[in-house]
Design a protein around this ligand. Structure first.
Ligand code: GTP
Ligand code: MG
Length: 458
């Protein structure tokens, strides 16, 4: 019999004070209140205890402190009263704002922003080597411009027990490596370069894997959507997979792919992906490039939407916009209106289906609507044909034969090393031929670099 080990009492949770800021000159997809509610969820996911909140609406940011001087004073008092360890701003703070605010609030409290909080959650949830590398890269890219003062601050706090609760390595400090304090900028730059090289290897490996997958002609469908929409639950439902599902934000960081047989017998691959969120900083998105390429190179996207969320429409917009930003805007999308089991009124489903084009109401949890979703996917990929005109260079012979084999060719013309094909293509090939809808000519430069020249407007 093993001896009974006493339950660890654990550190008291860190106390977080949240600050919502609305800057009228910088419109945001969610209202300040809704965005702050989301920040509260993020804070809870990061295991913080939210002890207070404050808001400010501004015409433009204050150059030193983002919020006005009076508000700084007001919050300083509240921080004392609530004995907060960290204050988290629901917007990205410039390094200057962060420094200045830290100075004003005094050394007892750490000043963080939404990005740092998201990074902290990512650091907790990264498990695979790729995920860990990506989070580490994002962390250092974020930290580098904030090094000077934040660093000395960090050293004092960690040395002195870190905040009022005395827990070591609190929110925003969790990050890769324990020796951060000693590493100077140059070492961080070196580390960033190393991480980029490592991630490049991961990308190259994924690329090779995807190329093999392409040859096998099995369509790839990515499940995309706002964080907590139900993507992993849906993948589990579709593939009887064991993907981690949790009622927390950013539960999934690493893409998982599963093979699924559609009702008509066609085989497809479904990939679960990292969730999106409003105000996701570009450097964070960039660090996840290897993961996001899974999305940009899919043949179809299933946009999973939590229709029971009060901000469902805004979340839908954020996801569509993020898809555009990462270069996935031209991939066909089917919207899965998820969590309909939680709708009190079934007539709402009809209204939702009319609001969102190409959508299917489902419950990933109960399985309702899943057979219909699979049928719609199968039809879109294999039965629906869309007209398309593509310009394929002779060097891409396999694409020319692919069109002839699987499309319905109506007209073929040749010029300048290109074949222009007009015809119909099945849904599963639309994304693959998208790059050829514009005529790109490669020009050989003196140094032998091939520079693509867009000829679509000429
Ligand atoms: N009632 C209900 N709950 C659901 C449904 N689908 C998912 N959920 C719940 O929603 C929460 C989030 O589900 P996940 O599948 O982890 O969501 P996700 O989109 O993968 O989230 P991230 O990985 O964090 O981006 C979990 O608590 C699920 O049980 C559904 O159809 N109905
Ligand atoms: Mg997930």
């Amino acid at each position: 019999m093993s001896p009974k080990i006493p339950e660890p009492t654990g550190f008291p949770r860190e106390r977080a004070f949240l600050v919502g800021v609305e800057i009228r000159s910088e419109p945001s997809p969610l209202s300040m209140e809704d965005s702050l509610a989301e920040l509260r969820l993020l804070a809870q996911t990061a295991d913080l205890e939210v002890v207070g909140e404050a808001y400010q609406r501004l015409d433009r940011p204050h150059p030193d402190t983002l919020i006005g001087k009076g508000k700084v004073e007001e919050i300083k008092v509240l921080l004392e009263e609530t004995a907060a360890d960290v204050v988290i701003f629901d917007t990205e703070l410039s390094p200057r704002h962060q420094r200045e605010l830290e100075e004003q609030f005094g050394n007892q409290v750490r000043v963080l922003d939404r990005t740092a909080l998201i990074l902290d959650i990512f650091a907790r949830h990264a498990h695979t080597r790729e995920g860990i590398l990506q989070v580490e890269l994002a962390f250092y890219e974020y930290r580098l411009p904030r090094l000077t003062r934040a660093w000395t601050n960090l050293a004092q706090q960690t040395g002195g027990g870190g905040g009022r609760t005395g827990s070591q390595g609190g929110v925003g400090l969790r990050g890769p490596g324990e020796t951060q304090l000693e590493v100077d900028r140059r070492e961080i730059r070196r580390r960033i370069a190393f991480l980029k090289r490592e991630l490049e290897k991961v990308r190259a490996h994924r690329q090779r894997y995807r190329q093999q997958r392409r040859k096998s002609q099995v369509p790839v469908i990515s499940l995309v959507g706002y964080t907590n929409a139900g993507k992993s639950t849906l993948l589990n439902r579709l593939a009887r997979a064991q993907v981690y599902v949790a009622d927390q934000l950013f539960a999934t960081l690493d893409p998982t792919t599963r093979r699924v047989e559609l009702p008509g017998g066609h085989i497809v691959l479904f990939t679960d992906t990292v969730g999106f969120i409003q105000k996701l900083p570009t450097q964070l998105v960039a660090a996840f490039r290897a993961t996001l390429e899974e999305i940009t190179e899919s043949d179809l996207l299933v946009h999973v939407l939590d229709v029971t969320h009060p901000n469902a429409v805004e979340q839908w917009k954020v996801v569509q916009q993020t898809l555009e930003e990462i270069g996935a805007g031209a991939i066909p999308v089917i919207t899965a209106l998820n969590k309909i089991d939680r709708l009190p009124n079934p007539s709402a489903i009809q209204a939702l289906s009319e609001t969102f084009l190409h959508s299917v109401p489902i419950s990933a949890l109960t399985g309702e609507g899943i057979p219909e979703l699979l049928r719609v996917i199968e039809t879109a990929l294999f039965e629906d044909y869309s007209p398309m005109t593509v310009h394929i260079p002779y060097t891409e012979g396999h694409m020319i034969s692919l069109f002839h084999e699987h499309g319905k060719v109506e007209r073929v013309t040749h010029h300048d090393g290109y074949v222009t094909i007009r015809g119909l293509l099945p849904g599963r090939l639309i994304a693959r031929f998208q790059p050829f809808t514009r005529r790109i000519k490669t020009v050989t430069q003196p140094d032998n670099v091939h520079e693509p020249v867009d000829l679509s407007d000429s």
